[in-house]
Design a protein around this ligand. Structure first.
Ligand SMILES: Nc1ncnc2c1ncn2[C@@H]1O[C@H](COP(=O)(O)OP(=O)(O)O)[C@@H](O)[C@H]1O
Ligand SMILES: O=C(OP(=O)(O)O)[C@H](O)COP(=O)(O)O
Length: 396
């Protein structure tokens, strides 16, 4: 396993100290109710450690993308409530971030107490990583712990800026994420198979460029595939495609061939005449999608081809569903690939909001070695980019 060369929460003298802990509590909410608390649960080991050590814990996070100032639907109050339930103790919630209420509540903390600040993005200075705001936030505490892996690719005041003013270390979640993903890529159990799908071609094509130097097999399915189909000269109908990435897709395939990387694309496709759950559907036994039809899932031959490659894998890295899994008639590809990954015995790492949602919805989450709490963050890490939320922390 790769070890992170950064100070850990255990390296800080936390007893009796006020510790500012950045978490990623950016959880999905529907009508004010948390629909998936995975990110809150994932933050518990660090919080519990600090409570046990008698630290005075000041938690902070963003939630969603509020535009300006206080907007009630982005309040972290539901998170404070859920945290109280999970910890079995009161989590005080301040009405503001660096205002009077936050300062008073932070000053009143006793050893082992926990509080949560309001959404840091209520201040526009947060995303700008404004030094004065970072300094003010830091002044609430004596030590800083970043455990927000899902936001570690953001150079914001609470994820990076505060580290200029306080001794700074990482929490257990960041360690866990980096250990798993770093280990998988630096010393992978082979064959190393990467599966990429989903819809964000431009975000992920950079990952392919980097992965080609590391993987034995690269599987591209889902909405990603059609840009590659176009690069091969196939017709793609109305399938999603990023025209400005076609040339890059061609280069990626050439690079894969030169490097001896097995590059698998779908060989048959489930298509629909409209982007709707109950659209007309048919199987196209080739990579030429007819006019007026859209590739919305991989077909049975592709499933068999991909599953065969997954079967012998030592490590599987998967990001992006194989089709529009939210529509039941097009969920088959994602379901079968999830099953194959679960049954492969390989070390399996799943990242990305929709991929994790798909794997969870289909009931395979427990069978994966690692479900990452970060979408964008895990991708940037896999691309080999330095994450600012980690780079800012004190070296060991
Ligand atoms: N063939 C396709 N056409 C259009 N959208 C697709 C296709 N295959 C998958 N998708 C969509 O891709 C979305 C997920 O893509 P993305 O955001 O890149 O993944 P993740 O969130 O796991 O990183 C899903 O909502 C899914 O419906
Ligand atoms: O949900 C998040 O990222 P993700 O959707 O890439 O997993 C993080 O909380 C970061 O949020 P942001 O993309 O608004 O900075």
């Amino acid at each position: 396993m790769t070890s992170l060369n950064k100070k850990s929460v255990e390296d800080l003298p936390v007893s009796g100290k006020r510790v500012l802990v950045r978490c990623d509590f950016n959880v999905p909410l529907k009508d004010g109710v948390i629909t998936n608390d995975k990110r809150i649960v994932a933050a518990l080991p660090t919080i519990k450690y600090l409570i046990d050590k008698g630290a005075r814990v000041i938690l902070c996070s963003h939630l969603g993308r509020p535009k300006e100032g206080f907007e009630p639907e982005f309040s972290l109050a539901p998170v404070a409530k859920r945290l109280s339930e999970l910890l079995g103790k009161e989590v005080a919630m301040s009405k503001d971030v660096i205002g009077e209420d936050a300062k008073a509540k932070a000053a009143a903390l006793k050893d082992g107490d926990v509080m949560l600040l309001e959404n840091v993005r209520y201040h526009k200075e947060e995303k700008k990583n404004d030094p004065a705001f970072a300094k003010e936030l830091a002044s609430l505490a004596e030590l800083y712990v970043n455990d927000a892996f899902g936001a570690a690719h953001r150079a914001h005041a609470s994820t990076a800026g505060v580290a200029d003013y306080l001794p700074a270390a990482c929490g257990y979640l960041i360690q866990k994420e980096i250990n798993f993903m770093g280990g998988a890529l630096e010393d992978p159990k082979r064959p190393l198979v990467a599966i990429l799908g989903g819809a964000k071609v431009s975000d992920k094509i950079g990952v392919i460029e980097n992965l080609i130097n590391k993987v034995d097999t690269l599987i591209v399915g889902g909405g990603m595939a059609y840009t590659f189909f176009k690069a091969q000269g196939h017709t793609i109908g109305t399938s999603i495609c990023e025209d400005d990435k076609v040339e890059l897709a061609r280069e990626m395939m050439k690079k894969a061939e030169e490097k001896g990387v097995k590059f698998l694309l779908p060989v048959d496709n489930m298509v629909g005449n409209e982007f709707k759950e109950d659209c007309e559907r048919k199987l196209v036994e080739s990579d030429d999608i007819p006019d007026g039809w859209m590739g919305m899932d991989i077909g049975p031959k592709s499933i068999a081809l991909f599953c065969e490659a997954i079967k012998g894998a030592g490590t599987v890295i998967w990001n992006g569903p194989m089709g529009v899994f939210e529509f039941k008639p097009f969920a088959e590809g994602t379901l079968e690939i999830a099953k194959a990954v679960a049954d492969s015995g390989a070390i399996s790492i799943i990242g990305g909001g929709d991929s994790v949602a798909a794997v969870t919805k289909l009931g395979f989450a427990d069978k994966m070695s690692h479900i990452s709490t970060g979408g964008g963050a895990s991708l940037e890490f896999l691309e080999g980019k330095e994450l600012p939320g980690i780079a800012c922390l004190n070296d060991k």
